[in-house]
Design a binder for this molecule. Structure first.
Ligand code: AMP
Length: 421
């Protein structure tokens, strides 16, 4: 018997991958002070419509339960968390909530797009601030780093800034027209320019062309300053987020005014995270959506959050060869003789404390056997008596077969440096 279209089972390998992302997420969210919850999988249709109106019915699974109530399966975790915070009037603010679970969407299935998939999600409710925006971006970036994805960039835009520039270009602030142009911008990364110009020809080729040029603007904050409205409150917010990211040591964020995301939902900063060569589009996205708590009766609080697609992250990890607990960042610490075994064990503990998957032989095996075991690791850190006397250890890249010396002092100052050696 076949499964309904777009549905699938998760096999052992999928489960292991989901668990890997889940545990990295739980660790990171807890480090950042988020409280973990799981919203109900079934919501009332009213709650599901709060985010983007009745049109959402086309994109979700909804039905009547046996009591005749109109309900639907959750399509994200944001709706349920926002419903919760709105209902608990006495919750101290800002409230930081995290969640992880399966979500259901009536999307057209294709690579990296499913009808049942997992998301991780973080939300910060309270007074709007650039620090909250930057915090969810920082967490997104650090989480993807902790999964050892390479070439991660966070592309950031500001809906207010883009909308005001678009209405200037088309000479109208009519929300329906501005929204049409945002749709054109959203398509710009997926469709050829000519096709979009034809689709929106009623707005005139010059105007649509200028809007598409805006969508193509990508780079450091200073590079886009001249093309939008520096000095406006929206610009100050965008600049504030970049200043906070710099302060937090997040160096992989760039402006991309082509990032639009949900059409009628975000009110400020929006962002998406990508990994080099992943072949699956955005791994995560988020931003500020101050009007959603209001739809649940809490117009007095703002919200910013981020959600990531777990299966897409797994595909990206696989594409980069970074998947599995025996992934490329794992270090085998090898001791050349029994008298340096204790040093090797203590180096292993230090690496583990720094969050690096590291292993060392416990059985007192000879060097040759240890090197055989190390063959499945990306790196072998070899502790030999001669090198140790000089204050060094050897670092061997197992795939490339290359070897170099690392001073112990450097290793203890910054254990993670071994991964980029
Ligand atoms: P969203 O909740 O639409 O903002 O999406 C957040 C993240 O979930 C995206 O960046 C994707 O990584 C992932 N995602 C969204 N839709 C799907 C889907 N149909 N299948 C798999 N992953 C998805």
């Amino acid at each position: 018997m076949d499964l309904p279209r777009g549905m699938r089972d998760f096999g052992a390998e999928d489960e292991a991958g989901i668990e890997q992302v889940r545990s990295a997420f739980l660790r990171t969210a807890s480090l950042y002070g988020f409280e973990h919850v799981e919203p109900s999988p079934i919501e009332s249709i009213q709650a599901l419509e709060a985010k983007s109106g009745p049109a959402i019915r086309d994109e979700i699974y909804h039905f009547q339960d046996k009591g005749g109530r109109d309900v639907g399966l959750r399509f994200d975790l944001t709706v349920g968390m926002t419903r919760r915070i709105a209902a608990s009037k006495s919750a101290p603010l800002p409230a930081k909530m995290s969640s992880f679970g399966g979500v259901y969407r009536y999307d057209e299935p294709q690579k990296g797009r499913y009808r049942y998939f997992h998301q991780w999600d973080v939300e910060i409710y309270g007074r709007p601030s650039s620090e909250s925006d930057a915090e969810v971006i920082e967490l997104t970036s650090r989480l993807l780093d902790s999964l050892r994805l390479r070439g991660v960039t966070i592309e950031v835009s500001h809906r207010g800034l883009v909308e005001s520039r678009v209405s200037q270009i088309i000479g109208s602030g009519d929300p329906a027209k501005v929204s049409d142009m945002l749709r054109a911008m959203d398509k710009s990364s997926k469709k050829p320019r000519d096709e979009i110009l034809r689709e929106f020809e009623e707005y005139g080729a010059d105007a649509v062309g200028a809007v598409l040029d805006l969508a193509a603007m990508r780079g450091p904050l200073d590079d886009v300053r001249g093309s939008v409205a520096p000095g406006s409150p929206a610009w100050d917010e965008l600049a504030g987020v970049f200043a906070s990211l710099e302060n937090r040591g997040v160096t992989n964020a760039v402006v991309n005014l082509g990032i639009v995301r949900g059409l009628d939902y975000y009110t400020g900063i929006v962002f998406e995270a990508f990994a080099e060569g992943s072949g699956v589009g955005a791994l995560a996205g988020g931003g500020r959506y101050d009007s959603l708590p209001g739809a649940f009766g809490r117009g007095d609080i703002g919200a910013a959050g981020a959600a990531g697609g777990v299966e897409r992250i797994m595909l990206a990890m696989r594409a980069q060869g970074a998947d599995g607990p025996r992934g490329p960042a794992r270090v085998s610490v090898v001791y050349a003789s029994p008298e340096v075994q204790k040093v090797a064990v203590s180096i292993t503990s230090m690496l583990r404390l720094a969050g690096i998957h590291a292993d060392v032989d416990l059985a007192g095996r000879g060097m040759r056997k240890q090197m055989e075991r190390a063959g499945s690791s990306r790196l072998a850190l070899i502790v030999g008596p001669d090198e140790l006397r000089e204050g060094n250890v050897l670092l061997r890249d197992m795939a490339a077969g290359t070897e170099g010396t690392v001073p112990l002092e450097r290793l203890s100052e910054d254990p993670r440096a071994v991964l980029s050696s």
